[in-house]
Design a protein around this ligand. Structure first.
Ligand code: NDP
Length: 454
């Protein structure tokens, strides 16, 4: 892809990033989205150029790659590749999830680590940006195999992380089971019980509401937008949500609690459409208890129809809705899907996944009066609640569900108002990509400058 930015200084930097990080298309896409949106900040903040903040911020502080060898149930040695990208620690210890998925590579983890810098900054909590993972696929593996992989992964990762240095969390393919195995291995190696990972089970330092946080947070963010911009709410709205993992399930739960009708969910093989509204207890049983496929929903619910979709479930975007919440994976919503959604009358697109919308689809939404919220703002509830888990671990306390949920809601509403106000201040009202990137950047930039040439 040939990325061009109007501003000459930003364009030169973009070309350098592409030359220096060849063959990393997702990373290029994330850097372009960022650099292409921050030009309005340059005249007001000359220090960004004078102190070469941008040249520094696009370069990870450290990137670690390692072999993960483990023994499968047949006694054979399997080899995966592990990664940790410690992108920026200017405002706090590195923080970001661990993705376990066969598609994982350096480019994807660098895009995720880069976005995490600004997302964590927006939460208002002291957390730097990082991401990690492996091309290991937990799907279809036994519990023993998942444990063998997680223990081997941690046998290398432990030396690079710590409660005041780098605190990983879950992401695609990494839930409470995987975090538990990794935590157990870390504790055994360093002989220390600490808050080194978040997303833990409640019995050993996890936080209530962490499981729900990203999906709930997304709905709190979108609801704040609906109230502020359209004088309405989720009540009575038709919602389509892609994915059926952690983020999608709890976005569905909160949207339903707020009065919306969620009519579709998906996975990488296809999607279900239930015009009577998704029955979430059945989805939870299929996905959380049985680790099954979303197609099973249509086997159990007569009003639902399953459509197999070899195209990574993009067909879900043909279903008419008022609000679309992409909650599966990067680049799952392209320009064609955006055109269909707009033709069908979508009013708000709120990203629950990281970078699920392609750049041309984002522009199409913005040009056609659809409120578009980038994941780094609207899915920040997960990492924000991870930050709250870190607070509880440090204080050796456990807050109630209501307390954590209330803080999460406050943080998400605050992010919405910050992003909205920042966009307005720089003359780009309602452009939440601009608002999120500039607001996230300025705090990190201030810390980087104060800390000297780092
Ligand atoms: P899960 O692993 O729980 O669920 C992922 C869902 O997305 C599954 O339904 C999966 O289907 C689907 N999916 C994954 N890859 C693809 C693909 N290539 N094409 C179509 N569907 C796909 O992950 P999460 O719900 O935790 O994460 C979802 C997104 O949200 C990711 O982008 C993640 O980075 C982001 N996010 C997650 C946070 C969290 O707290 N969990 C926090 C902030 C962002 P299948 O089972 O078929 O693979």
């Amino acid at each position: 892809m040939d990325y061009k930015i109007e501003n000459e200084y930003l364009n030169d930097l973009m070309q350098k990033v592409m030359a220096r990080n060849a063959n990393e298309p997702e990373f290029h896409q994330a850097v372009y989205e960022f650099l292409n949106s921050i030009a309005p900040a340059l005249p007001v903040h000359p220090e960004l150029i004078e102190k070469q903040v941008l040249e520094r911020i696009v370069e990870p502080e450290r990137q670690i790659m390692f072999r993960v060898a483990w023994i499968d149930d047949n006694g054979r040695i399997q080899v995966n590749r592990g990664y940790r990208i410690q992108f920026n620690s200017a405002i706090g210890p590195y923080k970001g999830g661990i993705r376990l998925h066969p598609s994982v590579n350096l480019s994807i983890l660098k895009f995720l680590g880069f976005e995490q810098i600004f997302k964590n900054s927006l939460t208002g909590l002291p957390m730097g940006g990082a991401k990690g993972g492996s091309d290991f696929d937990p799907k279809g593996k036994s519990d023993n195999e998942v444990m063998a992989f997680c223990q081997s992964f941690m046998r290398e990762l432990y030396r690079h992380i710590g409660p005041d240095c780098d605190v990983p969390a879950g992401d695609i393919g990494t839930g409470a089971r995987e975090i538990g195995f990794m935590f157990g291995q870390y504790k055994k190696i360093v002989n220390e019980f600490s808050g080194v990972l978040t997303g833990k089970k409640l019995s050993f330092g996890g936080s209530l509401a962490r499981t729900e946080a990203t999906g709930y947070g997304l709905c709190y963010f979108v609801n704040a937008l609906l109230r502020e911009k359209m004088d309405t709410s989720f009540e009575g709205k038709t919602v389509v949500i892609s994915g059926s993992g952690n983020v999608a399930i709890y976005a569905t739960e909160k949207a339903q609690q707020l009065g919306a009708k969620v009519v579709a969910l998906s996975d990488s093989n296809g999607y279900v459409y239930d015009p009577e509204g998704i029955k979430l207890d059945i989805v939870k049983d299929i996905k959380e208890v049985k680790r099954g496929r979303i197609s099973e929903y249509a086997d159990r619910v007569p009003s639902a129809k399953y459509t197999a979709d070899a195209n990574g479930s993009k067909g879900i975007w043909t279903i008419p809705c008022d609000i679309a919440l992409p909650c599966a994976t990067q680049n799952e919503l392209n320009l064609d899907s955006a055109k269909t959604l707009v033709a069908n009358g979508v009013k708000v697109v709120g990203e629950g996944a990281n970078m699920p919308t392609t750049l041309d689809a984002t522009k199409f939404f913005q040009d056609n009066g659809v409120f578009f919220t980038p994941g780094k703002a609207s899915n920040a509830g997960g990492v924000a609640t991870s930050g709250l888990e870190m607070c509880q671990n440090s204080a050796r306390l456990s807050w109630t569900f209501e307390e954590v949920d209330a803080r999460l809601k406050g943080i998400m509403e605050n992010i919405f108002h910050t992003v909205d106000a920042t966009a307005k201040e720089v003359g780009c009202e309602n452009n939440y990509v601009v608002g999120a990137n500039i607001a996230g950047l300025l705090k990190v930039s201030d810390a980087m400058i104060a800390q000297g040439c780092i």
